[in-house]
Design a protein around this ligand. Structure first.
Ligand code: G4P
Length: 197
């Protein structure tokens, strides 16, 4: 995922030792070409995994998930943080605590959208503490469905999310793995630091 690393270096901003701003292409503005490449990459990694649906969390998980669903020719469902007016069916709900934002949200999916026959690829934009992924896994398991794996666009490998998920036996595919954001620079795992332009 050379192009993703380049995008992070050229267009990301290190806010502090823990937070990377990627508002121009992932969290606010969205780069369609980048999303297309991300979709192709996740799809190539999961093409033989019999994925029936992708599950993500609104809002920033939706764009990479949509492109992956197109490439895998499967369905896409996003969990909501706030219930919509029309969410009157019975719901699967899980509680997700964000350490980054210091708040807890209930996330929900209609019971009609996930079923026990599903094999689900979970996708999200960031992996930090792993709480969003754990909430999505909980929804999949409540539906009696199976988790094929967890696809992450940007993993902050210096935070405990990956370890937590690996310890539970889940497959994780992160397209960019950041080992540190110290001194205002993005360091990728097992790579030399690249100086930001
Ligand atoms: P966790 O799910 O792995 O435990 O992560 P955490 O609670 O720490 O993160 C909560 C929110 O903050 C998520 O967005 C996540 O994507 C985002 N986040 C975490 N670390 C970073 C970072 O370094 N940079 C950026 N840009 N975002 C980060 P969210 O609340 O679900 O927002 P959105 O999907 O509506 O955009």
């Amino acid at each position: 995922m050379d192009f993703l690393q380049k995008k992070i270096i050229n267009h990301g901003t290190v806010i502090n030792d823990h937070v990377l701003k990627v508002d121009t292409f992932l969290n606010h503005g969205i780069d369609p070409e980048l999303m297309k490449e991300i979709g192709k990459e996740f799809a190539s990694r999961y093409q033989h995994e019999k994925v029936t649906k992708i599950l993500t969390l609104e809002s920033s998980g939706i764009a990479p998930s949509l492109m992956t669903a197109l490439a895998l020719d499967c369905e896409l469902v996003f969990a909501r943080k706030r219930k919509s007016l029309t969410m009157v069916d019975s719901l699967l709900t899980s509680s997700v605590h964000s350490y980054t934002k210091n708040q807890t949200n209930d996330i929900s999916v209609s019971k009609d959208l996930l079923n026990s026959q599903d094999r689900i690829l979970i996708i999200d934009d960031f992996l930090a503490n792993g709480q969003a992924a754990m909430g999505l896994i909980d929804l999949v398991q409540q539906a009696g469905a199976e988790v094929a794996g967890i696809g992450i666009v940007i993993e902050k490998s210096f935070q405990p999310g990956r370890k937590l998920l690996e310890e539970k036996g889940f497959r994780i595919d992160s397209l960019a793995r950041i080992s540190s954001l110290s001194n205002g620079k993005v360091h990728f795992l097992q790579e030399e630091p690249i100086v930001q332009k």
